[in-house]
Design a binder for this molecule. Structure first.
Ligand code: F0G
Length: 359
């Protein structure tokens, strides 16, 4: 397998796969943007890891590359997942590339338009579930246990093996050192567990001497992990009817909650909740101060950072990496609803002058 060094397969020695079977769309190697203006405003040294720059526009591609490679090794013919959107978009693309049948279950009416378009367009068999993500995941897991398909949700450990490369890259991007803190949105809790695994592997290999404080942000209406951390508990109480505008993380019973709690506690990290309003303001703030367009769930990391700075939980001067998980265009409706519609005029110089000068 030949890969360009700028992809996540730069670290293939750390990936548990048969190299001859790798299915890749050149995922990983995403931008690592220093955010000077926003960092100065908040009094921290801020970097943003832009996962929306992956092939299908989210970090899921890293996990899916490894997961589908496993499906090739195993020789399965059908793969499937339940999804709030991004996992299905990614799986649809990678399954096609691997020549596999792909079945995805989506919570009806709660998947952002761009993600739905991707899943359908790449040829997945999309089924809309009358219920939320947690119910869809339970249903697809039952099908997988009956041997009907190979499950590629993050309960599949090979997904996490791919996503741990975010941790590798952050360390690499910083010049082979750990940041003080990594902040990211938490939904099904796979990604925070995966990144923690990645940085620990580099620590154990002797590449870095410190570990980052893992900091997970959840939407107020879907916050079982933040609730557990607040109560100092080692297990979650599922949220019955999770609700948030950030549909990607509209999850009440995260499958990787135990691993995520361990990551937070073991790293001396934090968990925090943010409101939908805080998420939408942070999304706009990042887009308009730094030019980085992300979907609402991803903006939870910035909203969380802001809140933790304001409450004094984060020290001034900390070196922080916020992982922004999905592209702005994943959820075009939420973006458009947050803006003033363009005025329509003739292509006439006087009409234009009156608008741009406000006279
Ligand atoms: N950000 C985005 C954009 C996501 O799509 C997700 C999860 C997360 C954050 C949370 O990551 O689940 O590993 O804690 N989306 C899944 C999906 C659930 O189906 O696309 P997590």
């Amino acid at each position: 397998f030949e890969c360009r060094k700028s992809t996540m397969w730069k670290y293939k020695e750390f990936m548990p796969v048969d190299e001859s079977k790798i299915v890749s769309l050149e995922e990983g190697g995403t931008p690592f943007c220093k955010c000077q203006k926003l960092g100065d405003e908040l009094g921290v040294e801020l970097y943003v890891k832009v996962e929306g720059s992956n092939p299908t526009g989210s970090f899921k591609d890293r996990g899916m590359s490894v997961g589908i490679t496993k499906a090739m090794e195993l020789g399965v013919d059908t793969v499937g997942c339940a999804s709030t959107g991004n996992t299905s978009a990614s799986l649809a693309a990678y399954a096609t590339r691997a020549g596999k049948r792909c079945i995805v279950l989506l919570p009806s009416g709660k998947v952002a338009l761009g993600k739905l378009a991707q899943a359908m367009f790449h040829g997945a068999e999309v089924i809309s579930i009358k219920g939320n993500f947690d119910e869809a995941l339970e249903a697809i897991t039952a099908l997988a246990l009956q041997g009907k398909l190979y499950l590629l949700n993050s309960i599949n450990p090979f997904r996490l093996e791919g996503q741990k490369s975010i941790g590798f890259e952050i360390v690499d991007d910083l010049g082979w050192k750990s940041p003080d803190r990594i902040i990211l949105p938490v939904g099904n809790a796979g990604n925070i567990s995966a990144i923690w695994k990645g940085v620990k592997e580099f620590y154990e290999a002797g590449f870095i001497n410190d570990l980052p404080m893992m900091t997970g942000i959840q939407a107020e209406g879907a916050a079982p992990i933040a609730n557990a951390v607040r109560a100092g508990k080692n297990e979650i109480v599922p949220v019955e009817n999770p609700e948030t505008i950030a549909t990607a993380i509209r999850i009440g019973a995260p499958v990787s909650s135990v691993k995520a709690l361990r990551a937070i506690y073991d790293s001396d990290g934090l968990a925090e909740t943010v409101t939908d309003d805080e998420i939408l303001s942070a999304q706009k703030l990042l887009a308009r101060t730094e030019g980085i367009g992300v979907e609402p769930a991803s903006a939870a990391s910035i909203a969380g950072l802001k809140k933790l700075v304001e409450t004094g939980s984060i020290d001034k001067g900390e070196q922080i990496v916020c992982v922004v998980t999905g592209h702005l265009l994943k959820d075009p409706n939420t973006a458009i609803d947050a803006c003033v519609k363009p005025v329509e005029v003739d292509a006439d110089i006087n009409a234009l002058l009156s608008i741009i000068t406000g006279k």
